[in-house]
Write a protein that binds this ligand. Structure first.
Ligand code: APR
Length: 244
C-alpha cells in the first residue's frame, strides 16, 4: 500500500480515523456534495441550521424523518469498509479513535464500539427544554412530548447543525495532537472543524493519509492519498496495518 511504504509505524502507535459520508455511500446512503447529493436537493439553510428549525420545524422534521426511515430500511447495511474499521479496532494494539461526521449508525452495526459522532446521531433526539437525549427510531414532530420533562414542542433530532459546536471536540483535539497516523476516509474536506484535523495531526507529527473516491478539497494537506471506493481501499489499508 503506497500510503505506508516509506513510513515507520509501530503496532502500538496511536491512530485517529475520520470518516465522512463517502464511507456509507456504498451502503446506499447519499453523500452531501457528490453529483445528486443531499445538498443538491434541499437547501441546507432550511434544514440544517437552528434558524431553519425556528422558521419551519415541520420541514426540518420531515427532512430528518425521511432520512431516519431510509437508514432503518433493512436494505441499508454496513459495508466492507465499516467492517474493516471494526476489525482494526479489535486487532490494533495501540490507541485507536474513530471520529465520524456521519449521523448514521453503520459503524456501530459493523462492530465499532465507540465511534465519536461529532455531528450527532440520526437515531437520537434531544429536548430543547431540558436537554435530555433519547433514542429515536420513529418520526419526530413538534407535537411530541419529552419523556423526561413532559413538555411539548421541544424535541429535535440530536444532530449538530451549521453554526453549532460539534460534539467531543476536546477529546478529538487531544487525540490529534498525540497520534502517529491520521486516516481520513470518504470526506470532501469541505466542512470545518473536521477539514482542519489533518493539519492538527501533522502539526503533532502524525503521518496523514486520505482514502477517498476522488481527491478531496484538502488532498494537498495530506502526506499521502489513495483514491477509489472505500470498500476496496479500507480493507486493504487495514490489512497492511494489522500486518505490521
Ligand atoms: N468511497 C470513498 N469515498 C467516496 C465514495 C466511496 N464509495 N463515494 C463518495 N465518496 C467521497 C466523495 O468523493 C466526497 O469527497 O466522499 C466524500 C463525501 O463528501 P461530502 O458529501 O461533502 O460528505 P462529508 O465530507 O461527510 O460532509 C461533511 O458536511 O453537510 C455537512 O454535516 C454534514 O457531516 C457532513 C459534513
Amino acid at each position: 500500500m503506497p500510503a505506508l511504504d516509506s513510513v515507520r509505524l509501530n503496532p502500538t502507535d496511536s491512530i485517529v480515523i475520520l470518516t465522512g459520508a463517502g464511507i456509507s455511500q456504498e451502503s446506499g446512503l447519499d453523500t452531501f456534495r457528490c453529483a445528486g447529493g443531499i445538498w443538491s436537493k434541499v437547501d441546507l439553510e432550511d434544514v440544517a441550521t437552528p434558524q431553519g428549525f425556528a422558521r419551519d420545524p415541520d420541514l426540518v422534521h420531515r427532512f430528518y424523518n425521511d432520512r431516519r426511515r431510509g437508514l432503518l430500511d433493512p436494505a441499508i447495511q454496513p459495508n466492507a469498509a465499516h467492517a474493516a474499521l471494526a476489525a482494526l479496532e479489535r486487532g490494533w494494539r495501540g490507541n485507536l479513535l474513530l471520529v465520524t461526521q456521519n449521523i448514521d449508525d453503520l459503524h456501530e452495526r459493523a462492530g465499532s464500539t465507540a465511534p465519536l459522532h461529532m455531528h450527532g446521531e440520526l437515531l437520537k433526539a434531544v429536548c430543547l427544554r431540558c436537554g435530555t437525549v433519547s433514542d429515536c427510531r420513529d418520526d419526530l414532530s413538534v407535537h411530541d412530548l419529552c419523556l423526561s420533562c413532559g413538555r411539548k414542542g421541544g424535541m429535535r433530532p440530536d444532530v449538530v447543525w451549521f453554526g453549532e459546536m460539534p460534539h467531543h471536540m476536546d477529546r478529538i483535539q487531544a487525540a490529534l495532537e498525540d497520534c502517529d497516523l491520521f486516516l481520513s476516509i470518504g470526506t470532501s474536506g469541505h466542512v470545518y472543524p473536521a477539514a482542519g484535523f489533518v493539519a492538527e495531526a501533522r502539526a503533532g507529527g502524525a503521518h496523514t493519509v486520505e482514502l477517498n473516491l476522488e481527491p478531496s478539497e484538502g488532498v494537498s494537506r495530506f502526506d499521502a492519498a489513495i483514491h477509489g471506493p472505500a470498500t476496496a481501499l479500507v480493507p486493504a489499508f487495514v490489512a497492511e496495518l494489522l500486518a505490521l
